[in-house]
Design a protein around this ligand. Structure first.
Ligand code: HEC
Ligand code: HEC
Ligand code: HEC
Ligand code: HEC
Length: 151
């Protein structure tokens, strides 16, 4: 009987760690960070090209097939295809640009608890490579390269 309880507890812990905590973190968009991190938000809006990254792809929409256009979302929006991430401009306007969370990771649990351990603090180069990857961008062979040397 005791063994079953131990196995049960171990399984439960494993279940919590593997699904619960990780799954809790969803993307919430840059505006949600604004009130608590005014300075970072203002700097981002003013200086980061990322704050206009959706406009960059939108301008080219008419020259792209729907599939090609969709393929831009991975890098030019926040959390596309992930929990709470970008779906469409209409449904998720706060996630339409590559926002705070592309570097700091999904922020829902941090925003709720204000716990700095629940957000990526020491952003590393690996956090950039998913999008700033020369090989990937060049291998991608998408039309914008033809239209004005986007990259
Ligand atoms: C309700 C307020 C609140 C919201 C919303 C919030 N934060 Fe925070 N955040 C805090 C507090 C409080 C700290 C801890 C500050 C400290 O330790 O100096 C913090 C710390 C951080 C840190 C670590 C700072 C450090 O010095 O290590 C980062 C990065 C961060 N927040 C990013 C974000 C991002 C990105 C968002 C939006 C997705 C966000 N925060 C939303 C309150 C908030
Ligand atoms: C989700 C994808 C994504 C991630 C992750 C990402 N970036 Fe970017 N970044 C972009 C996009 C897209 C642009 C271009 C925006 C535009 O001009 O439309 C950009 C633009 C830039 C620029 C251009 C100049 C400027 O002032 O904005 C710099 C520099 C940059 N990113 C640095 C970084 C660094 C450093 C990291 C990692 C800490 C990082 N990026 C992570 C997508 C990303
Ligand atoms: C693998 C990630 C990735 C994908 C996918 C991607 N981009 Fe980008 N894009 C970037 C990064 C990173 C930059 C910033 C390059 C820099 O400034 O060094 C950028 C920059 C741009 C710029 C230049 C903006 C400026 O102000 O100079 C345009 C335009 C652009 N991308 C359009 C597109 C379009 C259209 C698509 C889809 C067909 C697309 N991108 C797909 C990562 C990507
Ligand atoms: C291109 C990646 C990138 C984006 C986008 C980004 N950050 Fe950061 N953030 C960093 C890096 C890198 C640091 C410095 C970490 C360190 O000092 O080790 C940092 C530090 C911070 C800190 C800690 C205090 C400080 O200034 O050092 C806070 C808070 C923060 N960012 C919030 C935000 C918020 C809010 C947004 C969106 C409005 C945002 N960040 C967008 C990369 C990014």
């Amino acid at each position: 009987m005791k063994n079953y309880i131990i196995i049960g507890v171990v399984f439960l812990c494993f279940f919590c760690v593997s699904t619960g905590f990780a799954e809790d973190k969803a993307y919430i968009g840059s505006t949600a960070c604004k009130d608590c991190h005014e300075k970072e938000y203002a700097n981002y809006m003013k200086y980061a090209k990322k704050a206009g990254s959706f406009e960059s792809i939108k301008k080219m929409k008419t020259k792209l097939t729907p599939e090609e256009y969709e393929s831009c979302f991975e890098c030019h929006t926040t959390g596309y295809g992930k929990k709470g991430g970008f779906v469409s401009e209409e449904k998720t306007p706060d996630l339409r640009d590559a926002g705070c969370e592309v570097c700091h990771g999904p922020g829902s649990s941090h925003a709720e608890s204000q716990d700095p351990d629940l957000i990526i603090r020491d952003v590393k180069m690996e956090n950039c490579n998913t999008c700033h990857n020369k090989d990937r961008i060049e291998a991608f062979d998408f039309k914008p390269l033809l239209f004005g040397g986007a990259h």
